[in-house]
Design a protein around this ligand. Structure first.
Ligand SMILES: Cc1cc2nc3c(=O)[nH]c(=O)nc-3n(C[C@H](O)[C@H](O)[C@H](O)COP(=O)(O)O)c2cc1C
Length: 187
C-alpha cells in the first residue's frame, strides 16, 4: 500500500497537488498498488501538550496502541511506500506536516530502540517520495525535505528518499505553466 500524505492547502488550485496526482498516475502505470490518501487539512491534528503527551506516554509504556490517537500511526506502519506532498512554506512546509510526524513517531509502534540504543524502523516502508512546489528557488534552504529525510533515515529506518519539485513558480516573468509542465514531464 502506498500512503499519500496530502499537506496541500487550497487543494483545487494547488500546483503541488497537481504534481502529486501526476506522480500517483505514473506510479499506477508502472507499479500498481493500493493507495490510501490522508488529507491533513481534514484530520483532527493538534500539537502535543502536557495532557496528551502524558496520556500518550502512558499508552506507550503499556504497549497499548488501541487508542484512536494511534490511528495514523497504524496506517503508517502498514504502508510499503510513502508520498508526501507539501508546498514550500517559510523555507519548509505547512505546520500540519509536523503535527502528522508527531503522531506517527511512536516508540514501540513505528520505531524502536535496539539494545545499543540505536533507533530502528518498524514499518514496511521502502521508499519515501517528497513533492513540493515553491514560489522562488529552494537552493540550499531545503529545510522541509532535509528534515523529513533526516527523520526517516535516522529514526524510521527508511533510507531511500527522493525529492521532486517545481520551483520559481511565483517569480515575475516566469511562466509557471511551463515550469510545472517540465516537472510533470520529468516524473
Ligand atoms: C504561507 C506561505 C509561505 C510561503 N513561503 C515561501 C517561501 O519561503 N519561499 C518560496 O519560495 N515560496 C514561498 N511561498 C510560495 C509557495 O511556495 C508557492 O506559491 C507554491 O507553489 C504554493 O504551492 P501550491 O500551489 O501547491 O499551493 C509561500 C506561500 C505561502 C502561502
Amino acid at each position: 500500500m502506498l500512503l499519500y500524505i496530502d499537506a496541500c492547502i487550497n487543494r483545487d488550485t494547488s500546483r503541488t497537488e497537481r504534481l502529486a496526482q501526476a506522480f500517483l498516475t505514473k506510479h499506477q502505470e508502472t507499479s500498481p498498488c493500493k493507495i490510501r490518501t490522508v488529507i491533513l487539512e481534514e484530520e483532527p491534528l493538534s500539537p502535543l501538550n502536557a495532557t496528551i503527551l502524558a496520556k500518550r506516554e502512558d499508552f506507550i509504556a503499556k504497549g497499548d496502541f488501541s487508542d484512536k490517537y494511534f490511528r495514523l500511526a497504524h496506517l503508517f506502519v502498514q504502508a510499503d511506500e510513502l508520498l508526501i506532498a507539501a508546498p514550500y512554506w517559510d523555507l519548509s512546509f505547512p505546520s500540519a506536516i509536523k503535527l502528522f510526524l508527531e503522531q506517527i513517531c511512536i516508540n514501540g509502534l513505528t520505531f524502536r530502540y535496539n539494545e545499543k540504543g540505536i533507533p530502528e524502523g518498524l514499518t514496511a516502508i521502502k521508499r519515501l517520495t517528497y513533492i513540493t512546489t515553491s514560489g522562488g528557488y529552494i537552493g540550499p534552504y531545503n529545510f522541509g525535505y532535509d528534515y523529513v529525510k533526516g527523520l526517516f533515515q535516522n529514526l524510521l529506518g527508511v533510507s531511500d528518499t527522493r525529492f521532486i519539485s517545481a520551483e520559481g513558480l511565483d517569480i515575475y516573468g516566469n511562466t509557471p505553466d511551463d515550469i510545472l509542465q517540465n516537472a510533470l514531464d520529468a516524473l
